[in-house]
Ligand binder design. Structure first.
Ligand SMILES: Cc1cc2nc3c(=O)[nH]c(=O)nc-3n(C[C@H](O)[C@H](O)[C@H](O)COP(=O)(O)OP(=O)(O)OC[C@H]3O[C@@H](n4cnc5c(N)ncnc54)[C@H](O)[C@@H]3O)c2cc1C
Length: 415
């Protein structure tokens, strides 16, 4: 029977980063996935490493926005009617977590992780020879109305309290950074310390390759075969069964398939999202990701083209794709930046794994010795992969964690 110190299940950005952080600390580690690293949710994000995140995505506070969503006229969100009964408890918890005082609490407890986000990526990228994918020129949030910009005041005040650099810009200032933005922009905020990548898949692959050079094993296997055997965790892989004292579950939106049968039922929600690449029209160019929060989309320059990503769709994870938000968004996206022809025939879809309190679960699985969890990174899995991998590796090896892991524990759902 093959044995290793740790089996990491799931080779998205979260699992691959965790495996790499564990291997760097001298443990023998196997990274097990049914696909090649980085090919699920971690493939299709907007590539923003947003260490400046203050408030998480929130339930719409205005009645008119809620009505637009309910009537399926919203660009920011969509839903499948048949899925509503299942998602209502999660939505109510999300709404409760979106109250102003809860948003501030979330911002404070998530700050230590976000504060390490860019630095931890930089370390791994240097070691993995992947710095060519990294851009250090921030990202730009643009606002079409005075009202939306004024509504930012509490978030910007907290950002300033946290010491996060930000620049308030008018149209001219925004165009100094991104000359092809149109005059629909009235205000913008440049977050210069955010970073972004030009190819999220290539970054996960580079971290997996670095993991291999440190002696880590990247194996094909189905995490649903995980079981207790002779006091260890065992998983079936294409190379045969593998045992370890420690198993890390980093399966993102697929985690419940393994956790539910073990009796670990945590309230994970799914926010599906889409992307499609476009060629810029004429000589237009985009240097950094630009997000339009009022309309609910991001334009991110990627090696494949300009990636237009959508907000949330509430639907069963495996239900057929319904990329209606992209259709609704196109006029607004084209009115912001001159997009040309689409690159692919059909959009990509992925599933953000989200807890209603916008925190991931990083820590032990209670009642299951040697089983650790790292999933639910929601809108910020690329951002937080290396930092949460470091935190997990420090906890598993008994080192002093770089921040207090208590706010991310699964215990918060059972108290
Ligand atoms: C449209 C969109 C835009 C986004 N933009 C950003 C952004 O700009 N910045 C940011 O930080 N985040 C962003 N995100 C969020 C980010 O992409 C996710 O949080 C992140 O990819 C989650 O990573 P993960 O490793 O947890 O999950 P995944 O990448 O889904 O990895 C899970 C892995 O588990 C494997 N797996 C599943 N089931 C099994 C099984 N039974 N056996 C073996 N293996 C299995 C899968 O194959 C997969 O490789 C965005 C997401 C979307 C959808």
């Amino acid at each position: 029977m093959a044995r290793t110190d740790v089996i990491v299940l799931g080779a998205g950005i979260v699992g691959t980063s965790a495996a790499l952080q564990l291997a760097k600390r001298g443990l023998s580690v196997a990274l097990v996935d049914r696909r090649d690293p980085g090919e699920e949710t971690s493939y299709g994000n907007a590539g923003v490493i947003e260490g400046n995140t203050v408030f998480p995505a929130a339930f719409p506070s205005s009645l008119s926005r809620r009505i637009r969503v309910a009537l399926k006229r919203s660009t920011e969100a969509n839903y499948h009617l048949a899925f509503l009964p299942q998602v209502v408890p999660w939505l109510l918890a999300f709404r409760a977590a979106s109250r102003p005082e809860r948003l501030i609490e979330t911002a404070r407890v998530m700050r230590p992780l976000f504060a390490r986000a860019v630095a931890e990526h930089e370390v791994l990228m240097l070691e993995a020879g992947a710095t060519r994918y990294l851009r250090r020129d921030g990202w730009l949030k643009v606002y079409r109305s005075d009202r939306a910009f004024a509504g930012l005041a509490p978030e910007l005040a907290l950002a300033e309290e946290f010491g996060l650099p930000l620049l308030r810009l008018d149209l001219e200032g925004a165009r100094a950074l991104e000359p092809n933005l149109s005059a629909v922009v009235r205000h913008a905020v440049h977050w210069p310390h955010a970073a972004s990548v030009s190819n999220p898949l290539a970054v996960t692959r580079a971290y997996a390759a670095r993991f291999s050079t440190l002696g880590g094993a990247v194996l094909t296997g189905d995490a649903r075969t995980l079981q207790r055997a002779n006091g260890s965790w065992r998983v079936a892989t294409a190379q045969g069964p593998l045992d370890a004292d420690v198993a890390v579950l980093a399966l993102g939106p697929f985690a419940p398939e393994v956790l539910d049968p073990l009796g670990i039922k945590l309230p994970l929600g799914i926010k599906r999202g889409y992307h499609r690449h476009f060629r810029p029209a004429g000589n237009a160019a985009l240097t950094r990701p630009v997000v339009d929060p009022e309309t609910g989309f991001c334009l991110a320059p990627m090696e494949q083209g300009i990636r237009l990503t959508t907000g949330a769709e509430f639907a069963a994870r495996d239900a057929p794709a319904t990329p209606v938000q992209l259709d609704r968004l196109m006029p607004a996206a084209r009115s912001l930046f001159p997009l040309g022809e689409p690159v692919e025939a059909t959009p990509w879809m992925g599933c953000r794994p989200c807890f209603a309190d916008s925190r991931p679960v990083i820590g032990r699985a209670l009642g299951h010795p040697g089983l650790w969890l790292s999933y639910g990174h929601a809108h910020w899995g690329l951002t937080l992969g290396p930092a949460s991998g470091r935190l997990l590796a420090e906890m598993i090896t008994g080192a002093t964690p770089f921040c207090d892991p208590a706010p991310y524990g699964a215990e918060r759902f059972t108290r």
